[in-house]
Design a protein around this ligand. Structure first.
Ligand code: ATP
Length: 203
């Protein structure tokens, strides 16, 4: 059984997914991690990017210069399309490969833009990590030292909180700031869901 875990930027997807792994040994497949894996040195992905953009798209140590790539596709829709056409199938294939190696009774597939993409039809259930926009902005700004304006722009490009919730089979509320009490409450939410997933997963 595949649980698609999603939420807006800075909602706490990674933190919650890690709780399932740390406490219950549930396997995780994370689309953001896979997106980096498919452009590691000596991959089909990176080789194709170098062929298209030239060696100057690499850092001194031979890795993809992500910032430069972002800048080069930012104002060039056809280049952005080219990159998406290259990487999306590679990411899809790698996610499906990792899912085949799962050994836990169910798996958590973390996809930031799950409800915005076809992944919502691929997973068995959708678990939304929910937090208010204000919380999302504060957490992202303090983690990445980005401006509020930038985070608001990213928020505007994602599904709204209400729209995302409308796809949810299960919801974890992660709005409260962490202290021993809220941490305990969060773990209770995760434990209850874990039990539910064990109960309904095919044996
Ligand atoms: P992104 O979409 O940007 O990758 P995410 O949804 O995976 O983010 P996390 O990386 O888990 O979110 O959390 C964002 C930041 O907020 C991290 O610095 C994390 O430590 C912090 N954080 C997560 N949950 C809480 C919480 N309940 N209270 C305080 N800080 C939190």
């Amino acid at each position: 059984m595949i649980i698609g875990l999603t939420g807006g930027i800075g909602s706490g997807k990674t933190s919650i997914a890690n709780l399932f792994h740390q406490h219950f040994n549930i396997d995780l497949v994370d689309a953001d991690i896979v997106a980096r894996q498919v452009v590691q040195p000596n991959t089909l992905g990176l080789n194709a990017i170098v062929q298209h953009f030239g060696d100057s798209i690499l850092t001194d140590t031979g890795e993809l210069d992500r910032r430069q790539l972002r800048e080069r596709i930012f104002s060039a829709p056809s280049e952005k399309q080219w990159i998406n056409d290259l990487l999306h199938p590679l990411i899809r294939t790698e996610i499906k490969r990792q899912l085949q190696h799962v050994t836990s009774p169910y798996v958590i597939l973390v996809v930031p833009l799950l409800v915005e993409s076809e992944w919502k039809n691929f997973v068995d259930r959708i678990l939304v990590v929910d937090a208010s926009e204000q919380t999302q902005i504060e957490r992202t700004c303090s983690r990445d030292s980005t401006s509020q304006t930038q985070v608001r722009a990213i928020l505007a490009s994602q599904a709204s909180r209400q729209e995302r919730l409308s796809f949810a089979d299960d919801v974890i509320n992660n709005d409260a700031d962490l202290n021993p009490q809220t941490q305990q409450a969060l773990l209770l939410q995760v434990t209850a869901l874990h039990q539910k997933y064990l109960d309904i997963s095919p044996s």
